[in-house]
Design a protein around this ligand. Structure first.
Ligand code: BDR
Ligand code: CA
Length: 302
């Protein structure tokens, strides 16, 4: 069993990733910490509660985290994830109100649990994790593994020619986290763009009649409506859960990664830099067919 906390800014693909983790027997999710990213902190926090309510997991706490990046102004990408962050898809209201604050809660959990027992599955900007590293280094040092969706290495970016959203939204946070000496796996656009849902994929999910699968189908279809062109859509954040479950479906490369701390459009771009970089394990290849098959099986209760 993978005991884990999901740190997230839901977000359409975050929601699918969370539903995957909750559907899979491999994960024991201890809490969902939220961060501003795809949309503001009130909405990402409410959405986390709504997703848990849909899955019948109101017992898992939602803990609100950083309302803004460490030092920059937040992005607003509501045009991709809809005004409510979940593409207007119907979800129940949260079963219980959220707690605060994510950083203190994470520190408490990590100190209480056996050392090296907890994975952090990071699906948004790394603001909460950077604050944990800065404010509670001892607790951060007890993390077993951080698996984070973010960055673009050989692929072009999605918010700039080389910059990817999660890192660009808080480059200073990513820089702090990458230098923290944690066991880190980065899951960049180089693999997440290869794991793509088609209309046939969402139709098959819906046909199962399973709530998590049907909700995921609606979410991905909303993502189709909001983004132009192409026959398929990338499933970025679910790749973190897929990696956690089946790292054999990915190929890791250890690369000396440095974060561009300059201004847009390159803010948050990753440089592979033998002098300034920190060695980070980066997922650079994926068996897309098997990854998609596992995701569909998990969402459908298998
Ligand atoms: C990342 O940005 C967000 O919009 C998605 O949820 C994902 O975490 C992809 O660049
Ligand atoms: Ca996300």
């Amino acid at each position: 069993t993978i005991r884990a906390v999901i740190d997230t800014d839901p977000g359409i693909d975050d929601a699918v990733a969370i539903l995957h983790a909750l559907s899979s027997p491999v994960f024991d999710i201890l809490g969902v910490t939220t961060v501003a990213g795809n949309i503001g902190i009130e909405t990402t926090t409410r959405n986390a509660g709504r997703i848990l309510a849909l899955a019948g997991r109101g017992d898992i706490p939602v803990i609100a985290g950083a309302p803004a990046p460490l030092s920059r102004k937040g992005f607003d990408v509501a045009d991709i994830h809809g005004n409510d962050g979940l593409g207007g898809v119907r979800f129940p209201e949260p079963a219980v109100p959220p707690l605060s604050d994510a950083v203190e809660w994470l520190a408490g959990l990590l100190m209480r649990e056996p050392e090296g027992g907890i994975d952090i599955l990071a699906l948004g900007p790394l603001t909460n994790i950077a604050r944990l590293v800065g404010e509670h280094p001892e607790a951060a040092g007890r993390i077993r593994r951080l698996i984070a969706m973010g960055g673009a290495v050989d692929e072009p970016g999605n918010v700039g020619p080389r910059a990817e959203f999660n890192i660009a939204a808080d480059p200073e946070a990513a820089d702090i986290v990458f230098r923290a000496g944690l066991e880190t796996v980065l899951v960049p656009l180089d693999v997440t763009r290869k794991v793509r849902a088609t209309r046939a994929y969402t139709a098959a999910l819906r046909e199962t009649g399973v709530a998590a699968a049907a909700a995921s189908a609606d979410l991905i279809d909303a993502y189709f409506l909001s983004t132009s062109g192409g026959e398929s859509r990338p499933l970025h954040d679910p790749c973190v859960m897929l990696f956690a479950e089946r790292k054999d479906l990915f190929r890791l490369e250890t690369l000396p990664i440095a974060v561009d701390l300059g201004e847009a459009p390159d803010a948050g771009a990753l440089d592979v830099d033998r002098k300034a970089g920190t060695a980070i394990a980066v997922a650079m290849k994926v068996d897309s067919a098997k990854a998609l098959e596992l995701l569909a099986a998990r969402l459908s209760g298998g």
